[in-house]
Write a protein that binds this ligand. Sequence first.
Ligand code: CU
Length: 151
Amino acid sequence: MKHLAFALLTTALSTAALADTVKLHDPWTRATAPSAPAAGAFMTLTADADMRLVGAESAASKVVELHTMKIDNGVMIMRQVLEIPLPKGKAVELKPGGLHIMLIGLNAPLKSGEKVEMTLRVKDSQGKEQRIPVTAEIRSPGKAMPMQHQH
Ligand SMILES: [Cu+2]
């Protein structure tokens, strides 16, 4: 009984102390050629309550969209999605070839070693919106998958 009371108390305390939020891991994007009109941005998102990513903003491009990508009959198809579900405790990976954030109409080419500032918009189950700042590292295309180049 003592045990149970203690468990309930710590649960109540931690819920009160921390607002629901989303943890970000390893946000990055790729350096682009001068003529490239758009770039994908990637990261892993883990929400500590059921939430959804509903949009993003950045000064680096004119438009920012949420996209999904799949291969259909050998053709890569990208499609805009209005939101990306972030189920409680589940790591949702935005990655090349899958879900990603798309910076469309780049104001300047993305240069390797520099950073892109973005703001993610997430909503909780009550529809309350939170804005989460993100700094994405710009990687050179060759360094996107470092494991490939180990000798
Ligand atoms: Cu895209």
